[in-house]
Ligand binder design. Structure first.
Ligand code: CP
Ligand code: NVA
Length: 330
């Protein structure tokens, strides 16, 4: 059946079929080729989008801005704290105002409920640029990057090390289940994903010939893994005082040379970024002072190694976000 995503929201990948995700990955490849070849693609001239950020961002914001400009769109950015939303104006009212002016709305913020509410009232497509629960635009970039490296998605073994209940852990589990990758969350039990979501993903995985595994055992997590993925140990919006316990819990799950050597021979390393792989950031330096560790979720050695594809992944954010905007607004 032909895929048509016009007018659809992009809030979480649970809402999309495998064919629809496949369509968006293929469309991203087309846009990437056009960009590389310098072929103009201002297909959406005359339309306007707004980017609402209640949390900070480098990649997601820049991807929406560049993708929007390449497509010929007008782009308005509202930074954390500069709009009336949430403080003086409800989400429902904000959505109804912005929906009258713009053709599409990107939202990065806290609960998934907020972005779902925005979408309910806006009457134009709403794209989730990250919530506490899900980070769906990141998923397309990750799948595109994996496919570029291995030539396929199905049957690959994907292992996520770290806080497996955060937006990245949840989203990767859903996406792997939909696209036929065997997903393993390698984490301490306290940071395993929500049981309800795991059951939902196991059901989806069964239909797509793959499986979901949760393990505390690092050697089990590494064995046969084609993709080793990690994320920062403390996510945006979490209180500062969780650092100490999180470091204790996750130190054994750091992605280091031993982890990469125990994975498949051709394994790649992935990370959504930003990453604490050295002390060249204020938070990195502060953690080093307080807790005496100079690298966190990944060692600098792995981050800078040949198997690390993190900057391809970052570039692919833009091509895939362009595909999402185009498919929903065209
Ligand atoms: N990966 C990602 O979403 O990066 P930003 O927080 O910089 O947007
Ligand atoms: N889990 C991270 C992802 C950043 C892209 C966070 O929410 O801060």
């Amino acid at each position: 059946m032909a895929v048509n995503l016009r007018g659809k929201n992009f809030l979480k990948l649970l809402d999309f079929s495998k064919d629809e995700i496949r369509y968006l990955i293929d469309l991203s490849k087309n846009f990437k080729n056009m960009k590389r070849a310098g072929v103009p693609h201002r297909y959406l001239e005359g339309k306007n989008i707004v980017l609402l950020f209640e949390k900070t961002s480098t990649r997601t914001r820049c991807s929406f801005e560049v993708a929007g400009m390449d497509l010929g769109l007008g782009v308005t950015y509202l930074d954390p704290g500069s709009s009336q939303m949430g403080k003086k104006e409800s989400i429902a009212d904000t959505a109804r105002v912005l929906g009258r002016m713009f053709d599409g709305i990107e939202y990065r913020g806290y609960s998934q409920q907020l972005v779902e509410e925005l979408a309910r009232y806006a009457k134009v497509p709403v794209w989730n640029g990250l919530t506490d629960e899900f980070h769906p635009t990141q998923m397309l970039a990750d799948m595109l990057t994996i496919e570029e490296k291995f030539g396929r998605l199905e049957d690959l073994n994907f292992t996520y090390f770290g806080d497996a209940r955060n937006n990245m852990g949840n989203s990767l589990m859903v996406t792997c289940a939909k696209m036929g990758l065997n997903f393993t969350a390698c984490a301490p039990k306290e940071l395993f994903p929500d049981e309800g979501l795991v059951n939902k993903c196991r059901h989806i995985a069964e239909q797509n010939g793959c499986k979901i595994t949760l393990t505390e055992d690092v050697s089990e997590g590494c064995k046969g893994a084609h993709v080793i993925y990690t994320d920062i140990w403390v996510s945006m919006g979490e209180p500062e005082d969780v650092w100490e316990t999180r470091i204790k819990l996750l130190k054994p799950y750091q992605v280091n040379k031993h982890v990469m050597e125990s994975a498949a021979n051709d394994a790649i390393f992935m990370h959504c970024l930003p990453s604490f792989h050295d002390t060249n950031t204020t938070i990195g330096a502060d953690i080093a002072n307080k807790f005496g560790i100079t690298e966190m979720e990944v060692t600098n050695e792995v981050f800078e190694s040949e198997c690390s594809v993190v900057f391809d992944e970052a570039e692919n954010r833009m091509h895939t976000i362009k595909a999402i905007i185009y498919a929903t607004l065209c």
